[in-house]
Design a protein around this ligand. Structure first.
Ligand code: GAP
Length: 444
């Protein structure tokens, strides 16, 4: 992890939030490369789950909602973790994450065993809407995006005329005042979720949970996380939420251990029923074919954007020893992102920066690609150095404009460039006229 964290800072993937003021525990900023990576991830999730499907609608709910939502969902009463205080150094820790020696838990900060009893700590951040800081105006920052979907079920149904089964998808920020944020961006206090609520007839819930498990595993493969690195944890009876008939946790082999990326939960009709009960509004469904009225059941694939971004970074990170033609060996750090996810798709270099014809041609190529993908122009330093910089950024392709390109060595190679592949470091000639389509095919 140390190497990964250092590369992420050095290359501008992830920075500590408010770093110049000492940071803020549990909060992170995405830099120029990180934001592109995360955007590619979210765009692809949206494409796969919303645009490419007839049975899915998208939405974007507000972060702050009526407090009644959180009373109805049960979050106000039960969305908590057990917390203990150390009586010696006053540090606070999650009771279920305390280290243990000889069967006794101790404080991870000072080692003392003098700890308070565990008590519940609600993880929702509180604020006030409006100028009065009264109990009546109290609001929460949402701890999950899902509830905005449930409370809009009727609105989406009425405005889209979907029929069961259909889903509503949403990507957005969520906030949890985690007692101990840890493992870099894995457990933070502000994060993003990519959630689907897939509504169905009660008898289809179990089978659709397995269907979504397959869909989600295929998604991870499509972004470059192989099935072999994902552990499927079929949560046993008794360990699931009481309303869930089936839950799969998808876990990834992070360098700090196998940990959860996503949960796929069959939540029955629990959420809609609760909102019907508390709001008195009809969130049920009338089946025009069978003439039945019932409360739909729901399957929820809920993924963390930041955790998936971290998995992409961990999966991509590689160091290899390369030896040049003169026999000199060096370590090459390369981020082997799937081209779909790579923050920069193509680096474009003129061989020499003081040759206007090379520079102009390279700039022309940049202009022709820019509307279609994120490209990076670089004219400084030796070509080998420029390739290495793009290897660290995870850029799958680099293009060099040289004297052949501008026809100085005869007409044969005029209008072609060197295309260099990040993973194999192989180079080939490609016509400029074919470049855009070649790259688009690889990154789409
Ligand atoms: N609506 C269901 C729900 O929110 P969850 O298992 O609490 O379920 C879903 O959260 C996903 O959100 C997790 O699998 C994880 O990827 C992500 N997530 C949850 N808490 C997080 C945190 N503190 N930091 C980063 N990601 C988190």
């Amino acid at each position: 992890m140390e190497k990964i964290v250092s590369l992420c800072k050095r290359r501008g993937f992830i920075f500590q939030s408010s770093e110049i003021y000492g940071g803020l525990n549990g909060f992170w900023d995405y830099g120029p490369l990180g934001v592109e990576l995360k955007k590619n991830l979210k765009d692809f999730w949206w494409r796969r789950n919303v645009r490419e499907r007839d049975d899915m609608e998208g939405m974007d709910g507000s972060i702050i909602m009526n407090r009644a939502v959180w009373k109805a969902s049960g979050h106000e009463e039960t969305f908590s973790d057990p917390m203990v205080d150390c009586k010696k150094c006053n540090s606070r820790n999650r009771a279920d994450q305390l280290p243990e020696k000889d069967g006794e838990k101790y404080c991870p900060s000072c080692g003392s065993r003098d700890l308070t009893e565990a008590r519940d700590f609600n993880l929702m951040f509180k604020s006030h809407a409006g100028p009065l800081e009264t109990e009546d105006n109290m609001v929460y920052l949402r701890p999950e995006t899902a509830q905005a979907i449930f409370v809009n079920f009727r609105n989406v149904l009425d405005t889209t005329r979907q029929k069961l089964p259909f889903g509503i998808a949403q990507i957005g920020k969520a906030f949890r005042n985690e007692i101990n944020p840890r493992n870099y961006i894995f457990r933070s206090r502000e994060f993003e979720q990519m959630e689907i609520e897939y509504f169905c007839r009660p008898e289809d819930g179990m089978q659709l949970t397995d269907y979504w498990l397959e869909q989600r595993l295929a998604f991870y493969e499509d972004i470059g996380i192989p099935r072999s690195k994902i552990h499927i944890n079929d949560i046993p009876d008794g360990d699931r939420a009481f309303y869930s008939k089936k839950t799969y946790d998808l876990e990834y082999e992070f360098p700090f251990g196998v940990s959860e990326l996503e949960g796929i939960a069959y939540r029955t009709d629990y959420d809609l029923s609760k909102h019907i009960e508390h709001s008195g509004k009809p969130l049920d469904y009338y089946d025009e074919v069978t003439k039945e009225r019932f409360i739909p059941h729901v399957v929820e694939p809920s993924a963390g954007t930041d955790r998936t971004a971290l998995a992409l970074i961990c999966e991509a990170f590689d160091e290899e020893t390369v030896t040049d033609e003169k026999g000199k060996s060096e370590t090459r750090t390369v981020m082997r992102f799937h081209p779909r996810m790579a923050p920069i798709k193509c680096g474009i270099f003129p061989l020499l920066k003081n040759k206007p014809q090379l520079v102009d041609k390279a700039r022309e190529i940049v202009a022709s690609l820019r509307g279609f993908m994120n490209v990076f122009y670089d004219e400084s330093g030796a070509i080998g150095r420029r390739y290495r910089r793009q290897d660290e950024a995870g850029t799958p392709f680099c293009v060099t404009v040289d004297f052949d390109t501008i026809g100085e060595n005869g007409p044969e190679k005029e209008g072609t460039v060197t295309l260099r592949h990040r993973d194999s470091m192989q180079q080939e000639r490609i016509a400029i006229a074919d470049l855009k389509n070649y790259l688009l095919e690889k990154i789409s």
